[in-house]
Design a protein around this ligand. Structure first.
Ligand code: 2BA
Length: 115
């Protein structure tokens, strides 16, 4: 590698967001020049749909991409049936769970190629 070349390190951001925030997160990423892939996913606890973004970015741009995600992901209260009292009671009671804003993983990418 000569003096003018430098390694570009890539990171993969995996971000799980509420379905209701998915469109504004996608728009913010696009408007700031990031490529992303949106997957329809399901949370293991609530068993309801959420959205997972895959965003491949240069290491130096990770914080800018995370800002797009953070600024557009809201915390929400979500109700789920409290199954601990069911079926003793005929109607399950509901418990409130705080979901989000976003759950984010940032991973090193060994290799990034497009064919
Ligand atoms: P869910 O698994 O449906 O979880 C929804 C919310 O329920 C969570 O919000 C958290 O407040 C609560 N919760 C989840 N598991 C719990 C448990 N074992 N005991 C008590 N409360 C629990 P968030 O933490 O904001 O997570 C939102 C979604 O992000 C999750 O949906 C899941 O799809 C994903 N997620 C969160 N942490 C994860 C992790 N460590 N690995 C993989 N996915 C994760």
């Amino acid at each position: 590698m000569n003096k003018t070349e430098r390694m570009i390190y890539m990171k993969l951001i995996i971000a799980i967001v509420n379905r209701d925030d998915a469109s504004s997160v996608a728009d913010a990423l696009l408007n700031n020049g990031f490529y992303s892939t949106k997957l329809s996913t399901t949370g293991g606890f609530l068993k309801t749909g959420n959205t997972t973004f895959l965003v491949g970015v240069e290491e130096t741009k990770v914080d800018a991409a995370l800002k797009c995600i953070k600024d557009n992901s809201q915390k929400r209260q979500q109700l789920m049936p409290d199954l601990s009292v069911y079926p003793v009671e005929l109607m399950p009671t509901a418990i409130e769970v705080t979901v989000g804003g976003a759950t984010v993983f940032v991973l090193d990418v060994d290799r990034f190629e497009k064919y």
